[in-house]
Design a protein around this ligand. Structure first.
Ligand code: BMA
Length: 329
């Protein structure tokens, strides 16, 4: 039995695994939970992040507008399934106007560390890089320096300091639809200057695990377990019909998270339902958040579907750890 190290959260969304289901992650039967027209001006709402907040949940949502401009919006929910998303994008405060200039914002992650919620996202600054901000209340958001130089995407914070430093996974990229991508680890004393960059793992070259042969990137904030950090990530295969985005899992060393203990050869979820196969970008399942209940080991994963809507899926720490160990590369 593996254990999540963290808080009990008894009310997270949950459905039992369907009888006889062979995969370690199963979908909510009411998917998608957020439709493309969730706010009046949205073309699509996907690749979004949620956390426990007050007596319910809060989140930061990627809403592309009817002009297909990409921005991030705060939202709230009592049950983690039904969401009220603000109709106006987040407006950031901060000391340096240069950093506050908006080009585009997408694919947010939210991570509670010590006393506040940190938001990271893909931030346009003469190319994509990692934007960083914090909030206490999901009303006022203070933007900090971008974590890295362009080009980078998928900045994902660890929920606690490691060896006394803030820690982040990211995926260096390019200006376009990057045909490569490996996951790196970086650390910082102050959330401004990042260094100690370490290679974690790369796209898998070979036939044994072709679903992650083109590029990979971190998904939700890593989940602390008694086996190490449980990382849910996306893996991409380039096909004659374009990129296909699937989900995988890895277990990283607790103290030196750039050391990979196990990594799933088999994917844990892939585009198979109509809302994952069809949309603005077909064949995409893109995880950005997970709620966990340490008491039961339950995990609820939020993921973007076909760059159009938001889905919810379930697993447990045991299911994912066993699958990852048993089918490890
Ligand atoms: C990635 C990002 C994601 C998107 C995915 C599939 O490069 O842009 O936002 O979901 O491509 O289109």
């Amino acid at each position: 039995m593996s254990k999540i190290i963290g808080n009990a959260l008894p009310d997270i969304p949950w459905q039992e695994k369907p009888e006889g289901y062979r995969m370690p992650v199963w979908r909510y039967d009411g998917n998608p939970i957020i439709h493309r027209d969730g706010i009046p001006t949205s073309n699509s709402i996907f690749n979004s992040a949620v956390v426990p907040f007050q007596d319910g949940y809060a989140g930061v949502f990627r809403c592309d507008s009817l002009g297909v401009s990409m921005d991030i919006f705060a939202g709230f929910s009592k049950d983690g399934i039904h969401w009220e998303i603000n109709h106006e994008a987040i407006s950031f405060e901060g000391e340096d106007k240069e950093i506050l200039k908006r080009e585009y914002r997408y694919d947010p992650r939210v991570c509670f560390i010590e006393d506040r919620y940190y938001i990271t996202w893909c931030n346009g600054y003469h190319g994509p890089t990692i934007g960083l901000a914090y909030t206490f209340d999901f009303k006022t958001f203070v933007q900090l320096e971008n974590a890295f130089l362009p080009y980078n995407r998928n900045g994902v914070l660890f929920p606690k300091k490691i060896n006394g430093k803030y820690a982040m996974l990211s995926r260096p990229s390019d200006t376009g639809h990057t045909p490569f991508g490996d996951i790196f680890y970086s650390q910082s004393s102050d959330l401004e200057y990042w260094g100690h960059h370490r290679f974690v793992m790369g796209a898998y070259r070979g036939d044994a695990s072709a679903w992650q042969a083109t590029k990979i990137g971190p998904g939700p904030c890593p989940i602390e377990t008694d086996e190490g950090w449980l990382l849910i990530y996306h893996g991409v295969l380039n096909t004659c019909n374009g990129f296909v985005y699937r989900m995988g899992a890895a277990i990283l060393d607790a103290d030196e998270p750039w050391k990979v203990k196990y990594r799933s050869k088999f994917y844990i979820l892939s585009p198979q339902e109509s809302y994952e196969l069809t949309g603005d970008v077909p064949n995409v399942t893109f995880p950005c958040a997970a709620l966990t209940d340490a008491a039961t080991g339950r995990i609820a994963i939020y993921y973007g579907c076909a760059d159009t809507v938001t889905g919810l899926a379930f697993t447990t720490v045991d299911e994912l750890v066993n699958w990852t160990k048993k089918n490890s590369l």
